[in-house]
Design a protein around this ligand. Structure first.
Ligand SMILES: O=P(O)(O)O[C@H]1[C@H](O)[C@@H](O)[C@H](O)[C@@H](O)[C@@H]1O
Ligand SMILES: [Mg+2]
Ligand SMILES: [Mg+2]
Length: 283
C-alpha cells in the first residue's frame, strides 16, 4: 500500500505539464482571449481556464473513474463544491487568470488530491517558469525534483511577506486589506510582494524566498496543492484568525515558522468571506 496514490500523482504531474503547454500555446496565439467575469468585474475567466479544466478532468476520469472533483470552473458552472472522504481532485486550471490575461509572467496549474479530507499530494506547475512543484504527504516537497526547504528566518523584521488584494472591491473589504498591509509593512518587514497567484506565493514560501504569505478570499482550489507543498517543505499553516488552517475558510497564512505565522496573524485585520462549504452554486 506504500505507493497507493503514486499513480494518481504521476498522472497529476503529466496532466499539469500538458495543461501548461495549452496555457503557453494560448499566450502565443495572436487571437485575443475572450475575457469573461464571475463574482465581480475583476474576477476573470477565459476559455483557456475552461478548456484546461475540462482536459484535466477528462484525463483523470479515464484513469480513475471513481474519483471525485472540485474544479474552479466546474463550480462556477454550477457543480457542487463538496469535499467528502472520497479521493478528490481539487483543481485550479489557471491560478493567476488576471496575470494570464495581462501576460504577467506568473501563471500556475494547481492540482491537489485529498482522501478522507486530508491532502495526499499537491502539484503546482508554474507554466512560464517551467517549475514543477510537487509534494506527497510525509515525503517532502520538491521543485523540478530538487528538495524544498522553507527559510530559517525567525525574525519577522528580517522577512519578506507575500500578500494579495483578491478580487473583492467593496470599500469595507478594501479598507481591511489596506489596514493589514499598513500594519505588516510598518512592523517593519523587509518587503511585501505578491506573484498574483496563491499557488505560486505558497511555493515561494516552500522555496524559502519569502517567509510568509497570507490572503483572505481565496478558495480551496487556490490553496489545496500549495498547502501540502508548504507543510512538506517544513512550513506552517494557520487561519488568519490564528486558529488551525481550514481549506474551506477562504483564509490562509502560510509561513516558514510558527513564530512568524503567529506574529503575522496579530497584524491581520481578519474578516469572514462566505465559506467554500457554505457557498451557493455559481459563486
Ligand atoms: O486566478 P484565480 O484562479 O482566479 O485565483 C486567484 C484569485 O482569484 C485571486 O483572488 C487571488 O488574489 C489570487 O491569489 C488567486 O490565485
Ligand atoms: Mg486560483
Ligand atoms: Mg483559476
Amino acid at each position: 500500500m506504500a505507493d497507493l496514490w503514486q499513480n494518481a500523482m504521476d498522472h497529476a504531474v503529466s496532466a499539469a505539464r500538458h495543461a501548461g503547454e495549452v496555457v503557453r500555446e494560448a499566450l502565443r496565439d495572436d487571437r485575443k482571449q475572450t475575457v469573461m467575469t464571475k463574482s465581480s468585474s475583476v474576477d476573470l475567466v477565459t476559455q483557456t481556464d475552461q478548456k484546461v479544466e475540462k482536459l484535466i478532468i477528462q484525463s483523470v476520469k479515464e484513469k480513475f473513474p471513481t474519483h471525485s472533483f472540485i474544479g474552479e470552473e466546474s463550480v462556477s458552472a454550477g457543480e457542487p463544491l463538496l469535499l467528502t472522504d472520497a479521493p478528490t481532485w481539487i483543481i485550479d486550471p489557471i491560478d493567476g487568470t488576471t496575470n494570464f490575461v495581462h501576460t504577467f509572467p506568473f501563471i500556475a496549474v494547481s492540482i491537489g488530491f485529498s482522501v478522507n479530507k486530508q491532502m495526499e499530494f499537491g502539484v503546482v506547475y508554474s507554466c512560464l517558469e517551467d517549475k514543477m512543484y510537487t509534494a506527497r504527504r510525509g515525503r517532502g516537497a520538491f521543485c523540478n525534483g530538487e528538495p524544498l526547504q522553507v527559510s530559517h528566518q525567525e525574525d519577522i523584521n528580517q522577512s519578506i511577506i507575500a500578500a494579495e488584494f483578491g478580487s473583492t472591491r467593496d470599500a469595507e473589504t478594501v479598507d481591511k486589506i489596506f489596514i493589514s498591509l499598513r500594519r505588516v509593512l510598518s512592523l517593519p518587514v523587509h518587503g511585501i510582494r505578491g506573484a498574483g497567484t496563491a499557488a505560486i506565493n505558497m511555493c515561494l514560501v516552500a522555496s524559502g524566498c519569502v517567509e510568509a504569505y497570507y490572503e483572505i478570499g481565496i478558495h480551496v482550489w487556490d490553496v489545496a496543492a500549495g498547502s501540502l507543498i508548504v507543510s512538506e517543505a517544513g512550513g506552517v499553516l494557520l487561519d488568519t484568525d490564528g486558529g488551525p488552517a481550514d481549506l474551506m475558510s477562504r483564509r490562509i497564512v502560510a509561513a516558514n515558522r510558527r513564530i512568524i505565522a503567529e506574529r503575522l496573524v496579530k497584524e491581520i485585520e481578519t474578516f469572514s468571506p462566505i465559506r467554500d462549504d457554505a457557498a451557493p452554486a455559481n459563486q
